[in-house]
Structures are given as structure tokens and as C-alpha cells.
Design a protein around this ligand. Structure first.
Ligand SMILES: O=C(O)CCC(=O)C(=O)O
Length: 247
């Protein structure tokens, strides 16, 4: 992760990482999706999807932004057709709503070290051009003290404002965002289907999802993948490292 990328994550709460997936990876995953039933978490759709658990180009970001105990909390796919309606803006440290309980949504930076609660890595298997819809967010809102002041009509995309953005992505790009950021899904207007795979990570001591991974659901896992799929705990965890052969 470069110094500039760290600057952008601190400033805006999200980051577009270009060209993470190769053409071969994209073709293979799209073929599996074309021929498959699209049910369950994508990490169980076969080898190319399992590799995304600890993709070598993404792992350095996870370790730097969530810490060396990072674990995969849950994963799912979003498919949208032209006219799909999406979902309103949400997230933020308290959900941005009175009574919000989004306890795992937080962002902190101390002494130059960034840490987050639940974070998302979105793999894009289809492009989202300006105006297509899909992922949208309010850059910088992960540090806002006034989330509850967000008007409902903005939250539901009924009124356009300059501070809600829909980042452009090309096939193979990844969007990182912290769930402390206000974000949501705009209605999809493109002719092509939206195909996004969301792999969501938490620090090793915490969980957003109440369902933990069952290692028996996977044919073969590396030691590192086993560690990253482990349920949350404080004690008894080995650090995740960039070394392929270790945890
Ligand atoms: O990618 C998107 O459409 C947003 C997904 C979302 O709302 C979430 O991760 O909570």
C-alpha cells in the first residue's frame, strides 16, 4: 500500500484499487457465474473465488488497515439488472441513525497506524461507469460527527447532492471501504449486469456476522486461509503474514 493510498483512505474512507484481477481470472469467474446457481457465499464457488479470501494483491491492504489478526467475517455477491432498485445509504459508527447499533463500524488512526472494524473488499466482475449506479458513498463520512443530520431524501437517493459519489470502476478493479463510511447501493441503470463480490473482513477479535465459517465447506485451504476463516477470538491467534506458506 503506498503512502498516497493511505492518505486517500484516511481522507475519504474508501479506495479504488485498479487492475487487481487478471483477464484470465475475470473470464474464469464470469464463466462459473454464467453456468452456476449463484447461491451461497462466493468464497465457496470454486478455486478462483476461494483465492480471493487472501488475494496476494489485497492482503497487504487488509493487514495495514485492519491489522495482522484480520479475519474474513462474511462474503456475498451482488447482481443487479437494469432497473434494479438498490438500497439506501447506511453505515457509519452508529449507523448514522438514532438507536443505530452498528458496533463493528469504526475507523481510528493513532500514531500513523490506521485501524478499522468491518471493512469491505469488492471485486468488480463488470464495469460501473459514471451514472450506472451500484456502490455509492459519502467520502470522508467515516470521520463525520453529524451523520444523523443526513436528510432522508439524500439517504434514499431521492435528491442528488455533490457529496454523494458513485465511484467509477472497470472490470477487475477492487473497491476497499470501511463500513464506518456512509455507503449504499444506487439503482442500477447500465445495460450490463452488475457483478460484484463482497468479501468483508473484521479484526480478529470481533465479528459482525453471527455465522462463522465451517472449514469443512471448503475442499482444500491453505494454512493462511484457515486462519482467516477462523471464528473471532483475542487469544490463540497467529498473525496473518504475506508469506504464502505460513499464517
Ligand atoms: O456495493 C454496494 O452496493 C454496497 C454494499 C453495502 O451496502 C454494504 O456493504 O453494506
Amino acid at each position: 500500500m503506498t503512502n498516497e493510498e493511505k492518505f486517500i483512505v484516511d481522507l475519504e474512507g474508501y479506495l479504488v484499487i485498479k487492475n487487481v484481477l487478471t483477464k484470465d481470472e475475470i473470464v474464469e469467474m464470469n464463466q462459473i457465474i454464467d453456468n452456476g446457481d449463484r447461491n451461497g457465499p462466493p468464497s465457496r464457488w470454486g478455486e478462483p473465488f476461494k483465492k480471493l479470501i487472501d488475494h496476494p494483491k489485497i492482503l497487504p491492504y487488509l493487514i495495514e488497515l485492519i491489522g495482522p489478526s484480520v479475519r474474513l467475517d462474511h462474503d456475498y455477491a451482488i447482481f443487479m439488472q437494469n432497473g434494479s432498485s438498490g438500497g439506501g445509504l447506511h453505515g457509519g459508527e452508529d449507523g448514522g441513525r438514532p438507536g443505530g447499533n452498528e458496533g463493528d463500524h469504526w475507523y481510528k488512526c493513532r500514531d500513523g497506524v490506521i485501524r478499522n472494524g468491518l471493512c469491505v473488499i469488492t471485486y468488480n466482475l463488470a464495469p460501473a461507469k459514471p451514472g450506472d449506479g451500484g456502490f455509492a458513498c459519502i467520502p470522508g463520512s467515516h470521520k463525520s460527527y453529524f451523520l444523523r443530520n443526513l436528510p432522508d431524501e439524500v439517504r434514499h437517493f431521492q435528491r442528488q447532492t455533490h457529496y454523494v459519489v458513485q465511484p467509477e470502476v472497470e472490470v477487475g478493479d477492487v473497491v476497499f471501504f470501511t463500513e464506518a463510511l456512509i455507503h449504499g447501493t444506487m439503482p442500477w441503470t447500465a445495460e450490463n449486469e452488475r457483478r460484484s463480490l463482497l468479501y468483508k473482513y473484521s479484526p480478529g477479535h470481533s465479528a459482525w456476522s453471527g455465522n462463522y465459517y465451517n472449514l469443512n465447506d471448503y475442499e482444500e485451504l491453505t494454512e493462511r486461509q484457515k486462519l482467516m476463516l477462523a471464528p473471532p477470538s483475542i487469544g490463540g491467534r497467529s498473525s496473518i503474514t504475506l508469506d504464502d506458506n505460513k499464517g
